[in-house]
Design a protein around this ligand. Structure first.
Ligand code: DAH
Length: 339
């Protein structure tokens, strides 16, 4: 019996509970109705009279040890729960959880990175702009519908000060400051007075591109944009340019990329056309060059503009734009980046 008691004592001293549940199981195993120590106390009545004193003392010692053990281990768990300083400083620390980059930043960084590889630099401009940089210098006629109150947020009833509706305003600022050759990409937030829905938001992000030099042609633009599309969406991506209209480019086009979800066969993402619209582009209108002090007889150039949310939606097949603004961590956590 003495040996059995000593073994139990050793077991108790060495015990370390991993979880509160583990601790409770341990308590039942030792002190429960059929517990090891309970059974030993039952056996105690059969112990020879001359040994009773010694065995009784040992059993009591085991009882005290197990009670202390239960108490100290329980305290440890309670402290962890309430966040109090845990007594056991040797326990491994909780790992810090790292945040992740916002998917719009990831998409924007990827777009900028592709163009910087082609020699473009990144330019910036203000979000609160004037009519000249957003519209007039970009060849918008005075009564063009885009200037309408419906689309544009004006500031303090002053129609000259407004929130930029596109990042094309940074083109103008760049051309006013810099002499050609110019190769810039301009990321930024833009604002439009639109109802918020799954497909539209009053705040979104664009990246604008501008290339001005001698003899820049439509073919240069096409090749640049093809390179971009393949870097962004995969090497088998095809592009298609459709004629379009923008006041600041002539000719103007909209670019589609082949739908990588169905491989061009047609699916509900590309509305069964096999193509997805990704950006607007064109040859910079000579009026724009002249407005910004660049000789349109000597220089030509191309420009393009794309919506970052739209590209991000296509890349990750997110169907509701609002997810990008709600900042629900369950959504954001799914995007990981190396940098
Ligand atoms: N600014 C246009 C928009 O917001 C996008 C765009 C189209 C930019 C064609 C350009 C361009 O530079 O050439 O819809």
């Amino acid at each position: 019996m003495r040996e059995k008691i000593e073994q139990l004592m050793k077991k108790i001293e060495e015990f370390n509970a991993g979880t509160p549940q583990h601790l409770e199981e341990f308590r039942i195993r030792i002190l429960g109705k059929k517990g090891e120590l309970t059974e030993m106390f039952d056996e105690f009545k059969n112990v020879a009279a001359e040994q009773k004193r010694e065995i009784g003392k040992l059993l009591n010692e085991v009882k005290i040890t197990v009670q202390e053990k239960l108490k100290s281990q329980k305290e440890l768990f309670d402290n962890v729960e309430t966040g109090k300083n845990i007594a056991d400083k040797t326990l491994p620390a909780n790992a810090d959880s790292l945040g992740s980059r916002h998917p719009i930043s990831l998409a924007k960084n990827e777009i900028l990175e592709i163009f910087t590889r082609l020699g473009f630099t990144v330019a910036d401009g203000p979000e609160i702009e004037d009519d000249w940089h957003v519209f007039s210098a970009l060849n918008f006629p005075p009564n063009h519908p885009a200037r309408d109150m419906q689309d544009t947020f004006f500031i303090e009833q002053n129609p000259d000060i407004l929130l930029r509706t596109h990042t094309s305003s940074i083109q103008v600022r760049t051309m006013e400051k810099q002499k050609p050759p110019i190769r810039v990409v301009c990321p930024g937030r833009v604002f439009r007075n639109e109802a918020i829905s799954a497909r539209a938001h009053c705040i979104f992000h664009q990246v604008e591109g501008l290339y001005i030099d001698k003899n820049v042609s439509f073919a240069d633009m096409k090749q640049t944009l093809l390179y971009f599309a393949r870097e962004m969406f995969g090497e088998n991506t095809e592009i298609r340019l459709r004629p379009s209209f923008f006041p600041f480019t002539e000719p103007s086009a909209e670019m589609d990329v082949s739908c990588k979800i169905c491989g061009g066969k047609g699916c509900n993402i590309c509305k069964y056309t096999g193509w997805l619209e990704v950006l607007g582009c064109g040859i910079v209108d000579p009026n724009v060059l002249e407005s910004c002090g660049i000789d349109s007889k000597e220089y030509t150039g191309f420009a393009f503009g794309m919506g970052v949310e739209r590209l991000a939606m296509l890349k990750w097949q997110v169907k509701d734009l609002r997810l990008y603004f709600e900042n629900d961590v369950r959504f954001l956590e799914q995007f990981q980046s190396a940098i």
